[in-house]
Design a protein around this ligand. Sequence first.
Ligand code: C5P
Length: 232
Amino acid sequence: FPVSVVLPAGGTGERTGLQTPKQFCCFLGRPLISYTIESFERVLWIQTVVVVVAKENIGLMTDIIQRFQHKKVRVVAGGSTRHRSICNGVMALGEEGKPKVVIIHDAVRPFVDENLLYQIAVAAKEQGAAGAIRPLVSTVIATTSEGYLDHSLERAKYRASEMPQGFRYDVIHQAYQRCTESDFEFGTECLHLALQYCGTNAKLIDGPPSLWKVTYKRDLAAAESIIKETLS
Ligand code: C5P
């Protein structure tokens, strides 16, 4: 069944404190996002990868596609929030014949596990939505506005929601058509939109530690050593 990928890469990478957004940082002469794209291009049953970048980076992204000879990729302009960027990517997919399933992944998670992608794609096709989860490494707490502890969550009961996530095309398309401005502005969870606006309950699948997201400056060094290990 036809599967396409939306790869949001429209962020500015504020948390690394670097000038270059982390998805464009180079490792062994190749930008991080190029490793992520390549890992999807290797998967034969994936047809298209829509990369969503900030308007000012469209030229840069187009150069990367040419330089590293990416074949399955289209570039789309992003929005001011992650949801707006993903929505632009999903809407762009509809323009060229709808896929059955859309996989959403982050450009800054270059270590994509093909076996997990397959499980997510199949579960999404059968149940409408699916996502990868990991155990929490820290306890989640709510704080008061004065900076005191409000309450804490029982760690064993909760999971971190990771990427990839998969959706039947009609589910994610409808979720973005129905969701509110406030969801676009403050929300971060696509699985939540599918449940809230389409009544589609996501199948959750335990993922490997390599799903981790390059977020802080120190993650760049870790990513480089994993890339070196993978290539050697
Ligand atoms: O900020 P965070 O690390 O959660 O971002 C996850 C992904 O969403 C990144 O790949 C980032 O580039 C993307 N993003 C986006 N458009 C935005 C903000 C973030 O595509 N406006």
